[in-house]
Design a protein around this ligand. Structure first.
Ligand code: AMP
Ligand code: GLY
Length: 432
């Protein structure tokens, strides 16, 4: 089968690497791709916003599966256009991608289906939002309704801060995404991510992970897209995963089907493990980045078969998955300046980083005019390794990091710290 993969990050490099391992993968194309993806796939110049051009390419190359990595083309309805043209696609429709594209949509669905999540109100004007604050207590959780590149959430410690943030949001700080704002009750607990694949009706769990969103060691400094992750997240025990499937994922998939907008693809649930049990923080309509990298390291099954089953409504609930028993951990190497304006063009020498089984996924890399590898984005490399526990995977990932020469880059040195500490204590995770 010929496959087209869309996207250009570390997530898509990991997907390309795994798709390529399937015996069903004939030609793998990617757009726009990056130098890492170029080692797995043939890069093609395609504008993902030009649906007609993507469809024409799929026809010319007899594409049997399109895999959409990032959220923007999903929310833009590329899956709908491809499905209408008869091209199987892994990724939800525009209507189903509202689970990521509109926080208010998801909160209303949770309310209707009785899915555990924080209490909330949807507000459509500054006056309404300010009045609604009275129904909450500090810290105030304020969310721009639409896609805001992960920056649309403000946690305000005081009423004055909350009012200022609301004024920013309705004042256009997040563009159209802030035309509506959701105000939520603050939840306390540990965060974890859970993934499920679905064809709209059938669901298979697809692993767990935890990431580190803050830029600095000890979880300090500004938020980022994620500075590292590991999988599985032992804090999400078998029992908790079963509860998440039964109380959160299954009712969501059922509600989407009942509404006539079945969800097909990967459903990524951001969870808060509260004293009252797991609650949904938010959904994403795609794999996490860098969570996808650690999932792909551990996944030993046939990704092409699985994704095509999701795309064609033929996902068998008992499908053989195949997971490594080991833990995978990834360290993000970022360019100086990230998450602000990253320094571009910094030289990268990967050395023998992959010599001992580690895998270096490319995110923001490019080739300069002489063909040398350079930094071209904020998050640049995802250095990923496996181990029998988080401590061992961490040690191997940092050994690979240390083999890389990237003078204008930096990384956190403590990815996985929470779990490494628990392993050292011999402690059982929460709920275990
Ligand atoms: P989101 O983009 O909705 O995942 O929110 C970004 C981050 O804000 C989450 O990863 C949480 O750390 C935090 N957050 C979001 N909603 C809540 C909430 N209701 N209570 C506490 N923290 C939250
Ligand atoms: N790493 C968080 C995300 O992909 O949304």
């Amino acid at each position: 089968m010929n496959i087209l993969l869309l996207g250009s990050g570390g997530r898509e490099h990991a997907l390309a690497w795994k798709l390529r391992q399937s015996p069903q993968c004939d030609r793998l194309y990617a757009a726009p791709g990056n130098p890492g993806i170029a080692e797995e796939a043939e890069l093609v110049a395609l504008e993902v916003t030009d649906h007609a051009a993507v469809i024409a390419f799929c026809r010319e190359q007899a594409i049997g599966l399109v895999v959409i990595g990032p959220e923007a083309p999903l929310v833009d309805g590329l899956s709908d256009s491809l499905r209408a043209a008869g091209v199987p696609v892994f990724g939800p429709s525009k209507a189903a991608a509202q689970l990521e594209g509109s926080k208010g949509f998801t909160k209303d669905l949770c309310a209707r289906a009785g899915i555990p999540t924080a209490g909330y109100v949807r507000t459509a004007s500054l006056e309404e939002a300010r009045a609604a604050l009275a129904r909450f207590a500090a810290p105030y959780v304020l969310k721009a309704d639409g896609l805001a590149a992960g920056k649309g959430v403000v946690i305000a410690e005081t009423l004055a801060e909350a009012e200022a943030a609301l004024a920013d949001m309705f004042g256009g700080a997040f563009g159209a995404a802030g035309a509506e704002v959701v105000i939520e009750e603050f939840m306390q607990g540990e965060e974890a991510s859970f993934f499920a694949l679905t064809d709209g009706t059938h669901i298979v769990p697809f692993g767990s992970a935890q990431d580190h969103k803050r830029v600095g060691d000890g979880d300090t400094g500004p938020n980022t897209g994620g500075m590292g992750a590991y999988s599985p997240a032992p804090v999400l025990t078998e029992a908790l995963q079963a509860e998440v499937m039964a109380r959160i994922i299954a009712p969501t998939v059922a509600a989407m089907a009942d509404a006539g907008t079945p969800y097909q693809g990967v459903l990524y649930a951001g969870l808060m493990l509260t004293l009252e049990g797991p609650k949904l923080i938010e959904y994403n309509a795609r794999f996490g980045d860098p969570e996808c990298q650690v999932l792909m390291m551990r996944f030993a099954g046939d990704l092409v078969a699985l994704m095509r089953a999701c795309a064609t409504g033929t996902l068998a609930p008992g499908v053989a998955m195949g997971w490594s028993d080991e833990v995978a951990l990834t360290v993000v190497m970022a360019a100086r300046g990230y998450p602000g304006t990253p320094e571009k063009g910094g030289a990268i020498d990967l050395g023998d980083a992959e010599a001992h089984g580690a895998k270096v996924f490319h995110a923001g890399t490019a080739r300069d005019s002489g063909g040398a590898l350079v930094a071209s984005g904020g998050r640049v490399l995802n250095v990923t390794a496996m181990g029998s526990n988080v401590a061992q995977a961490q040690a191997r990932a940092y050994a690979a990091v240390d083999a890389i020469a990237f003078p204008t880059g930096f990384c956190r040195r403590d990815i996985g710290w929470r779990e490494v500490a628990r392993e050292a204590e011999g402690e059982r995770p929460l709920g275990g």
